[in-house]
Design a protein around this ligand. Structure first.
Ligand SMILES: Nc1ncnc2c1ncn2[C@@H]1O[C@H](COP(=O)(O)OP(=O)(O)OP(=O)(O)O)[C@@H](O)[C@H]1O
Ligand SMILES: [Mg+2]
Length: 250
């Protein structure tokens, strides 16, 4: 049986305006993604790796509609795809309590109206799912640890029961033991709730641990794609080999 695709990307090109003007005084368009084609299958965790600046976040933002200057095709099976960012501190409003932050996606939900009681119930359900005690609802982001903050930002993403989450380096800012806990949480959401995850990471070992497929990107192009075990054992692309060597894997 062919697996359903939740995201299908064909020949995607993304451009940014360059800040410097050229000699004619015009701002040039700078191409960051150079024709990316990739599928994300229902229920999987797809790992996306590649050096800093290659275009991983650009791809993520294009999928959720945050990049406007694009060509090519992005087909989404579900309209509600949520992002989780690397640094939960900058993505959580520091002047609001955790309870307020979790409720916010429901308050602004255009698809349905949530009563205060329904919002509270959903918040408690999500607190359980992300493994935080409900006492923390009264705290501000600055009163949580980095790992707890990242749980909250995952919680915010979960509030409207998305089918797909894009996690852009969700553990890079955390120390190793906390990283492991957040990775476990993501795996649990994938396994228990069937949430499909696009997992962006520099860390090829982590990708090996949790991902069903891996895509290797360089300079805005996908250089290699496959099952981690097979790609790592027998990389076809020189750049993949380089990354594996740099990570001490090959
Ligand atoms: N808003 C923007 N305007 C102009 N250029 C941008 C913008 N955002 C990113 N870029 C450029 O696009 C390229 C790709 O950036 P992107 O953030 O996608 O890289 P990345 O692979 O996510 O890197 P990292 O691993 O460091 O997060 C970089 O050269 C970056 O400088
Ligand atoms: Mg990035």
């Amino acid at each position: 049986m062919e697996q359903e695709k939740v995201i299908q990307i064909r020949d995607l090109k993304v451009y940014y305006k360059q800040y410097r003007k050229n000699i004619f005084g015009k701002k040039r368009r700078h191409q960051v993604l150079k024709g990316v084609s990739i599928d994300v299958f229902e229920g999987e965790i797809l790992g996306l790796a590649g050096e800093s600046g290659c275009g991983k976040s650009t791809l993520a933002k294009a999928i959720v509609g945050m990049n406007k200057d694009i060509e090519g095709e992005i087909n989404l099976k579900y309209s509600d795809t949520q992002m989780v960012f690397q640094d939960p501190y900058s993505s959580l409003n520091p002047s609001k309590k955790i309870g307020w932050l979790l409720e916010e996606p429901l308050r602004v939900d255009k698809e349905r109206k949530w009563t205060p009681k329904e919002r509270k119930e959903k918040v408690l359900e999500i607190m359980k799912a992300i493994g935080l005690p409900k006492e923390m609802l009264e705290r501000y982001p600055s009163q949580l640890s980095g790992g707890q903050r990242q749980r909250v930002s995952i919680g915010v993403a979960l509030m409207r029961s998305p089918k797909v989450i894009i996690a852009d380096e969700p553990v890079s800012a955390l120390d190793v033991t906390i990283q492991a806990q957040i990775l476990q949480l993501l795996q649990q959401l994938n396994r228990d709730l069937g949430i499909t995850i696009l997992f962006i990471s520099h860390d090829l070992r982590v990708i090996y641990q949790i991902c069903n497929h891996v895509a290797i990107m360089k300079h805005g192009e996908i250089k290699e794609y496959g099952i981690p075990y097979e790609v790592y054992r027998n990389p076809q692309n020189d750049y993949t080999k380089e990354l594996l060597t740099a990570a001490g894997i090959k």
